[in-house]
Design a protein around this ligand. Sequence first.
Ligand code: SF4
Length: 253
Amino acid sequence: MTLLRQNRELKRLGIWNWSLPAFAGKLPDGRNYNACPSAGICAQVCYARNGTYLFPQVKARHQDNLRWTMDDLPDWQHAMLDELSHKRFIDAWVRIHDSGDFYSRAYLTAWLEIMRARQRTRFYAYTKEVAAFRELVEPSPPRNFWWVYSYGGTQDSTLDPDTDRVADVFPDEQAIADAGWHSQEASDLLAVLGPAPVGIPANNIAHFKARQAGRRWSRWQAGVEAARAARRTGTQPATAAGGDRSGASGDPQ
Ligand code: SF4
């Protein structure tokens, strides 16, 4: 079985890809899972919960990937190491997760071991698992691993764009430029190699765009958190629930 794949977009860039199912669901055996435990508002507009990702054979493959890592992590790690030993991965790029995230510390640790054992391959990832990275990755990252923290998750407030490499999803390219952020549209690798902070234009999916309502994900998430805090304390949030609807307006934070 081939673990790493190339969709049309990543193939154009020579990138291989490993996928889990996006967010939460139920495995065929009835077990519940959450492959994105720190997802926030992103789960409401997640490209990987739309279109081809929902085709039964695609969904089944992603769920099977997850099930394998959950049930026998050493066996999966062995298979991944074996596949990465093929010469096609020498100097190649692997994107860890075009959907899903580092859902547990054990799974993240398994990936770190893989990266250290396959130094001729370059790995990158977007992640919302900030606390796990602070603890397990940041103190001593593999030298062949690049990552970017992406907004729209429940750990957004722990990110600092002055010191962390961050990416935010904007309504469109103009909003990215207006904010002075740097679009990765020309190549996904710009998210980890290009100038930061990184702007991602929203996918052209009409019902997701309507839900995003002109906001960037960081502000939408911050609005949700503020409304939640206000409910807890019985006070009025500084902005309406759901946050600033004006879209990007110059302040990268
Ligand atoms: S973390 Fe990524 S894959 Fe998971 S729900 Fe959010 S956008 Fe989708």
